[in-house]
Design a protein around this ligand. Structure first.
Ligand SMILES: *Cc1c(COP(=O)(O)O)cnc(C)c1O
Length: 430
């Protein structure tokens, strides 16, 4: 960052400190990851300079099919940019076996917005997963566009198993008769049966949208059932398990392709972020390699080991464990245990980054919460394996037992820093 350093030391200092934080701390936020140098290069490239409203293709009036051709854009000079977006689109389709891919959404939230608009109208009813049971803000929270524009009815997890009960969800759907059913989650540690959701959607004549933001990498590596055969539209982020740049993407059947495209641009966005689309293309190439499959398998092995080590240390996990990349510690009821907020703060002081999270049927408010969400994608990228997960469980347990002891937390922080030093990250950037 030599130019930044010279021209803007304030900004440089803040950014350099963030690099240091990323390398010295243990990153356990389930939705975060570390991209490769190739992805970083693409994201920091001159492609940020180019306007490219439109698409690198047109829809043929004769056949109704998509045809790559120059002049699908509203601006000149797009001949190279077109190649970049084509690479991203074709790789995305190959990874997921999708009929159509739109790689332009700036974020997962915007992918969701365009997807809903392509399928239903404001005022229609969406049946979606309750936020406090693992859903996402864009699945119907009143403060999100989704809750503002649509009539939202929620399903949750079963009180005993803390997992989806598809018979229960079917009953709710039959009563509610929604125009759209939405599944996918930000804090649900178990696999989701998309075929069952298709059955439920068909039973009540609803469209099905599946938001795989968290598990896209697992699906790409065939370690989770794919939603592609079952969903009308699939949305995702590209920066979580998929390990690409921060952004969104929509995959769909050809029959929805034109509506999805229209609702991304001009429906909800202007010019696409071409440097980010280039970075998506670079990440998608990585996702097509055997190393990526191995990486995703290791994420799951690590999550399993971390979960069982935490259970051995008497932590309570929502649903009793995990079969994905993430898990939720249930710290216990209000008045009987420290809150998620308290433990998140203590972990932070010890150099361990994680987030508080509500647990199903939480007794605390969302901003305080009774849970801690942990994920293994980022530490797995650093090269950590099962033995390191056992050590991480030990660190977490130590923090939990000493959450009010500032001195002890600093002591743990030094240990964590040493531990992370064995797994170099972005060395060349320092
Ligand atoms: C992370 C996430 C999103 C939103 O992604 P942003 O890029 O932060 O807008 C949407 N849906 C789910 C299920 C997520 O976990």
């Amino acid at each position: 960052m030599k130019f930044l350093k010279k021209q803007d030391s304030e900004l440089y200092d803040a950014m350099y400190s963030e690099l240091t934080r990323q390398t010295e701390n243990l990153e356990l936020i389930a939705s975060e990851n570390f991209v490769s140098r190739a992805v970083l290069e693409a994201a920091g490239s001159v492609l940020t300079n180019k306007y490219a409203e439109g698409y690198p293709y047109r829809w043929s009036k004769k056949t109704g099919k998509l045809k790559y051709e120059l002049y699908g854009r509203y601006y000149g000079g797009c001949e190279h940019i077109d190649e970049v977006e084509k690479l991203a689109i074709e790789r995305a389709k190959e990874i997921f076996g999708a009929e159509h891919a739109n790689v332009q959404p700036h974020s997962g939230s915007q992918a969701n917005m365009a997807a809903y608009f392509a399928l239903i109208k404001p005022g229609d009813t969406i049946l979606s997963l309750e936020l406090s049971h693992g859903g996402h803000l864009t699945h119907g929270h009143p403060l999100s566009f989704s809750g503002y524009l649509f009539n939202i009815v929620s399903y949750g997890v079963n009180k005993n198993t803390e997992q989806f009960d598809y018979t229960e969800i079917m009953e709710i759907a039959k009563n509610v008769k929604p125009q759209m059913i939405l599944t996918g989650a930000s804090a649900y540690p178990r696999k989701i049966d998309f075929a069952k959701f298709r059955e439920i959607a068909d039973e009540v004549g609803a469209k099905l949208v599946v938001d795989v933001a968290h598990i896209a990498g697992l699906i790409a590596a065939n370690l989770h059932q794919s939603p592609i055969p079952f969903a009308d539209v699939v949305t995702t982020t590209t920066h979580k398990t998929l390990r690409g740049p921060r952004g969104g993407m929509i995959l769909c059947k050809e029959e929805y392709a034109r509506d999805v495209d229209r609702w991304v641009f001009p429906g909800t966005q202007g010019g696409p972020l071409m440097h980010i689309i280039a970075a998506k293309a670079a990440a998608f190439k990585e996702a097509l390699t055997p190393e990526f499959n191995k990486y995703q398998k290791q994420i799951l092995k690590n999550a399993e080991t971390l979960a069982s080590s935490l259970i051995d240390r008497e932590f309570n996990l929502v649903s009793g464990g995990t079969d994905t990349h993430l898990m939720l510690i249930n710290l216990g009821k209000k008045g009987e245990s420290p809150s998620g907020k308290k433990i998140e703060g203590a972990l932070d002081k010890a150099g361990i980054t994680a987030n508080k999270n509500t647990v199903p049927f939480d007794t605390r408010k969302p901003f305080v919460a009774s849970g801690i969400r942990l994920g293994t994608p980022a530490v797995t990228t650093r090269g950590m394996k099962e033995n390191e997960m056992k050590k991480i469980a030990e660190f977490i347990s130590l923090v939990y037992q000493n959450y009010d002891d500032e001195e002890k937390l600093v002591e743990i922080k030094n240990e964590v820093k040493k531990f992370c030093g064995n797994f170099p990250l972005y060395e060349e950037l320092k």
